[in-house]
Design a protein around this ligand. Structure first.
Ligand SMILES: [Zn+2]
Length: 294
């Protein structure tokens, strides 16, 4: 096999390896995203639980304060009943007033903090539901990744060794060119040359459509080991079987055409098809379309 044929084999296997790898990579990316989301949700859960604990501690301490104040109030009330003079009575009454106010404040704060506890508990419940949903998605992603690894794993290692064998057949220099272009083009290292017009010797790169000089086409037609890169997109150019077929058809068509041409020349003005005639343009166009589809 010629160098270009070996390069095409490498290209075919390389493309399959890349496609399989990207399937696994995508499944991994999706799974990792789910893991990340769950880790974030877990951190949020810990934060919420900490908040709840702190709020409960605040309420507990307010309740303790409240109980202590109540105890003092009760004590002062009995002292008030036992007070013997007006001055003592007024002093106790004043202290009672201050304590009652403080106790009211404490109760008010405790009620506020308790409603914050309720809110936090609701948020925790909602958060748990979100986490459960996300965990389901993670399980699906895991199953998909496992399935993908199972499907692809064996085939991928087969293809990878096939790729190695194909690469071994190619000289270092050309292999480096191939690897570099394959990397740059995400696995599209080879491009066929398309015929724009054989008659006008116009050719194009099948990947980027930039003109390919006739010399390149001629070189590829005659040598099986000519490595020529597209000047625009750097892909390694080759002639597909159909492109070769089209040019051979053209060559073999030239001879019988002459007899027909002579016959028609005798009949009328005739001659070979005028390159600008609608028939010739249509034929070139059809050929171009045919090679474009390869
Ligand atoms: Zn190109």
């Amino acid at each position: 096999m010629g160098l270009l044929a070996n390069l095409l084999t490498l290209h075919r296997v390389d493309a399959q390896v890349r496609a399989l790898r990207s399937r696994v990579d995508n499944a991994k990316i999706f799974f990792n995203a789910q893991e990340k989301q769950l880790a974030l949700l877990e951190r949020q859960r810990v934060d919420l639980e900490t908040q709840l604990k702190q709020l409960k501690a605040v309420v507990h301490s307010l309740e303790t304060d409240q109980a202590a104040a109540q105890e003092r109030i009760d004590k002062l009330r009995s002292e008030l009943n036992m007070s013997t003079n007006d001055k003592q009575y007024k002093a106790i009454l004043n202290e009672l007033k201050v304590l009652e106010n403080q106790k009211d404040e404490t109760v008010k704060r405790a009620v506020e903090e308790m409603s914050r506890i309720d809110e936090t508990q609701k948020r925790i419940e909602l958060h748990a539901a979100t986490t459960a949903e996300r965990a389901k998605v993670r399980e699906l992603a895991k199953a998909k990744l496992d399935e993908c690894m199972k499907d692809v794993g064996e085939r991928l290692s087969e293809l990878e060794s096939e790729r190695e064998r194909a690469a071994d057949l190619i000289p270092d220099r050309e292999r480096k060119i191939f690897d570099r272009v394959a990397e740059e083009t995400e696995g599209e290292a080879m491009a066929d040359v398309t015929i724009v017009s054989l008659r006008h010797r116009e050719f194009a790169c099948g990947a980027c459509n930039i003109e390919v000089p006739f010399e390149t086409y001629a070189k590829l037609s005659s040598a099986a080991d000519a490595v020529v890169q597209c000047k625009a997109c750097t892909r390694i150019l080759y002639l597909s079987e159909e492109t070769r077929g089209a040019s051979n058809e053209e060559k073999s068509a030239e001879k019988p055409k002459k007899t027909r041409a002579t016959a028609s020349a005798a009949a009328s003005s005739g001659g070979d098809l005028d390159p600008n005639s609608p028939e010739a343009i249509a034929r070139d166009k059809a050929k171009f379309e045919k090679t474009r589809k390869l």
